[in-house]
Design a protein around this ligand. Structure first.
Ligand code: ATP
Length: 297
């Protein structure tokens, strides 16, 4: 199946609010697709419609080839919408066991999902002692029970500290190659999904603003390189004297230029006695591009 999720003209209102309006989705099978939009953009409402939890007012959608909420689709979807509901007084493994027994899965399935999310070592500790990131990973383990074809995650990193975000990001990145699952995850922060997603769907005020490969978002605008150095002002002045366009933003220097110019930039800076700690090429400033999309470019 080429697309795991597709919709045409999907629409849902709440009173006078058009939560989702005329949404055409095409989510590729086997990929990680990020569903991005600011708070209130309509992400959760869309996900709820896809899972059959909310009825659309107009439009149609198919998930894994079935209408939303169809038992044959739901049996192949693992979903974590909002925080997972866990029994705090039980261990991670006991929480998993409850779902395993309810779903009549084999004993080895508990071990498989616990090790997939990196909780095998901590599985015999009570969940009350888990960090938020560990709780989210346990929620994802529950969603992975029974080898779903599609994993739907609604803001899986919401409220997590940087360490927790890193853990979830690593996990999401590994899952498609290790299990073949298609991932559809929502987020309101581009920075969070930038290194994870293959494809991107951007909505704002319920309307589609962009849909396509992550790389296509970055094809407009100049390429940039960021560097971290010991003396930002001196580096900026020096590069300007060499004909580069550079600006300081917080602890980094943003230089207009292609990746192929990186060696020249580093050797120039080092030659001028400036220590270079880090250099990262960016095809464009994705954050700017994303904000431009939201402003209705
Ligand atoms: P967030 O990131 O804050 O969860 P979101 O992108 O998931 O935002 P939705 O929760 O889908 O956005 O909300 C879209 C719009 O629909 C918002 O204006 C919200 O207030 C409204 N809305 C959502 N659910 C309901 C509801 N049950 N009753 C009334 N209005 C609702």
């Amino acid at each position: 199946m080429e697309n795991s999720i597709s919709s045409i003209g999907l629409t849902r209102r709440f009173g006078k609010v058009n939560a989702v309006e005329n949404l055409d989705l095409a989510v590729r099978s086997g990929a990680i697709t990020a569903f991005l939009g600011p708070n209130g953009a309509g992400k959760t409402t869309t996900i709820r419609m896809l899972l059959g939890l909310v009825a659309p007012h107009a439009g149609t959608c198919e998930v894994l080839g079935f209408p939303p909420g169809h038992p044959l689709a739901l049996a192949q979807i693992g979903a974590m919408v909002e925080a997972p509901s866990l029994y705090d007084h039980l261990t991670g493994r006991e929480n998993i066991e409850i779902t395993r027994l309810m779903r009549n899965e084999s004993r080895s399935e508990a071990d498989r999902v616990l090790s997939l999310v990196g909780l095998a070592q901590d599985s015999n500790r009570p969940v009350r002692g888990y960090s938020l990131g560990m709780r989210q990973r346990l929620g994802i383990a529950l969603a992975l029970m029974g080898k779903p074809k599609l994993l739907v995650l609604d803001e899986p990193t919401n409220g997590l500290d940087p360490m927790g975000i890193h853990e979830i990001r690593d996990l999401i990145r590994r899952l498609p190659s290790e299990t073949g699952v298609t991932i559809f995850l929502s987020s309101h922060l581009l920075a969070e999904i930038e290194q994870v997603a293959d494809d991107l769907v951007v909505i704002h005020h319920g309307r589609l603003r962009f849909q396509g490969p992550m790389a296509a978002l970055g094809t407009a605008g100049p390429a940039e390189i960021t560097v971290r150095v010991d003396d930002l002002t001196r580096a900026s002045d020096y590069l300007a004297s060499q004909g580069f366009t550079a600006r300081i933003d917080r602890d980094r220097l943003w230089i207009q230029g292609e990746q192929s110019e990186a060696p020249h930039i580093v050797s120039s800076l080092v030659g001028a006695g400036i220590a270079v700690f880090e250099l990262v090429p960016h095809r464009v400033n994705l954050e700017d591009r994303f904000l431009a999309l939201l402003e209705g470019e």
